[in-house]
Write a protein that binds this ligand. Structure first.
Ligand code: PEP
Ligand code: MN
Length: 452
């Protein structure tokens, strides 16, 4: 913290600030300039002197370190990974799609949706049991019976479930039935609730308040962390602005801003963030592109007749199309069934010693080197046939190749491993093309320079 004194501050006023700082167990470092004095304050409990601005002679107090500690990346450099029933969110993990109805309406509606979202590749099932509605006359959710239905859906489909808790007294029931506790936007400043979920052993997804700054949001997370729960996930769900074309303004810049300030995983909710079905897909892709660790999406079997948030809920078809797009862009990998490698093909080999197998491998390697060179020669040929400036590659074909590698083959190599191979191959090919393009450009420049 830096305390800037007024140019007119007296020696006594400067001493007064120094004394106050030291009385609170902190250190003060004076820097006496020609015009004014500046005092640096250091110590771990800087909050104790948050009133320095009110002392006589003080012009301004500037905070240097963040007011939140546990949530800050200054405090913890490694990014937090939240694990829940085999699903991991955070650094290095695949994008986690959480999907399901805004509100649980019936067993059929929930089970049907769970089945659909699971098949399409969602890894967490959402469903509101207690709905904090803006109007007291709107559907308030089924309450406890809905929690039990979520539990049933979890058992039937093996997906962890997330649901919003609105009352601290309900935390035990949530702990019994759901895997992730959601604190909704309207409750981001409900400190009693934050402390209650902070004492829970379940991970908490904390939504950004309707008009909360990023700092206020991180301070809300700090309540949960400081109460002892390290598994906090932040969820950007749009903020209130002057814009009325969308229900909220989805602040996607919050994702990289948070990334630089906190180690906590970040989820984007394009459903509440936009309010309109047609905008959910594009903003979900944008959320993935900007680096979110997960997406929270409302899906309903019959959006037109949903009891809450139908306008922003995706139909099963819409959700399927969005998941396809997320897979095509490789934010999400193939679903479990496709992912499981087929039974390894037995490769018939004469003899049964290790050496026989190694001979086969050496033989294959020799052929692979030739094939890789042949492929590079063809890539070079493509480059020769186009202008040297046009060394862009055909992204669509590259993507299709990587997608095929990730889904359509059988053998011991997993899609991730196969993707590594093809990724390297494509990169090397592009390097060959670029080198050629550069040499052509340089040759042209040289002949132009020599006056031709
Ligand atoms: C919800 O996700 O069900 C919800 C009510 O969202 P929010 O708190 O973001 O409005
Ligand atoms: Mn909703």
């Amino acid at each position: 913290m830096i305390v800037v004194m007024r140019p007119t501050a007296t020696q006594d006023e400067v001493e007064g600030v120094k004394r106050t700082v030291e009385e609170h167990g902190l250190e003060a470092f004076l820097s006496i300039g020609e015009e004014r004095t500046v005092i640096g304050v250091v110590g771990s409990e800087i909050e104790r002197v948050s009133h320095l601005g009110t002392l006589p002679g003080v012009e301004q107090v500037i905070r240097i370190s963040s007011p939140y500690k546990l949530a800050s990346s200054e405090h913890q450099v490694e990014r937090t990974r939240v694990r829940v029933n085999g699903v991991e969110l955070g650094l290095g993990q695949e994008l986690v799609v959480m999907a399901g109805p805004c509100a649980v309406e019936s067993r059929e509606q929930l089970m049907e949706t769970a089945r659909c979202v699971k098949r399409e590749g969602a890894r967490v099932l959402r469903g509101g049991a207690f709905k904090p509605r803006t109007s007291p006359y709107s559907f308030q959710g089924l309450g406890l019976p809905a929690l039990k239905l979520l539990h049933e859906a979890h058992d039937a489909y093996g997906l962890p479930v997330i649901s919003e808790v609105v009352d601290p007294a309900d935390v035990p029931a949530f702990e019994e039935h759901v895997d992730i506790l959601q604190v909704g936007a309207r409750n981001m400043h409900n400190f009693v609730l934050l402390k209650a979920v902070g004492q829970s052993r379940r991970p908490v997804l904390l939504k950004r308040g309707l008009s909360a700054t990023i700092e206020e949001w991180l301070l809300a997370a700090e309540y949960i962390l400081s109460a002892g729960n390290p598994n906090v996930i932040l969820c950007e769900r749009g903020i209130r602005t002057f814009e009325t074309a969308t229900r909220n303004t989805l602040d996607l810049s919050a994702v990289p801003v948070l990334r630089s300030r906190t180690h906590l995983p970040i989820v984007v909710d394009p459903s509440h963030g936009t309010g309109y079905r047609s905008l959910v897909g594009p903003m979900a892709l944008a959320g993935a592109a900007v680096g979110a660790d997960g997406l929270l999406i409302e899906v309903h079997p019959d959006p037109a007749n949903a009891r809450s948030d139908g306008d922003q809920s995706l139909s099963f078809e819409d959700f399927g199309a969005l998941m396809d797009e997320l897979r095509r862009l490789q934010f999400v990998r193939a679903t479990e069934d496709e992912r499981a490698p087929a039974a390894t093909t037995a490769v018939p080999i004469a003899g049964d010693g290790i050496e026989e197998v190694r001979v086969r491998i050496d033989d294959l390697d020799a052929r692979l080197v030739e094939m890789v060179q042949e492929r590079a020669a063809l890539a070079l040929e493509v480059q020769r046939r186009r202008a040297p400036e046009a060394h862009g590659h055909d992204v669509r074909r590259e993507r299709a190749l990587l997608e095929r590698a990730a889904t359509g083959t059988t053998g011991p190599m997993s899609p991730v491993e196969l993707t590594m191979v093809f990724d390297a191959l494509l990169r090397a090919s592009r390097s060959v093309q670029r080198r050629h393009a550069r040499s052509v450009i340089e040759a042209e420049a040289a002949s132009a320079g020599s006056g031709r």
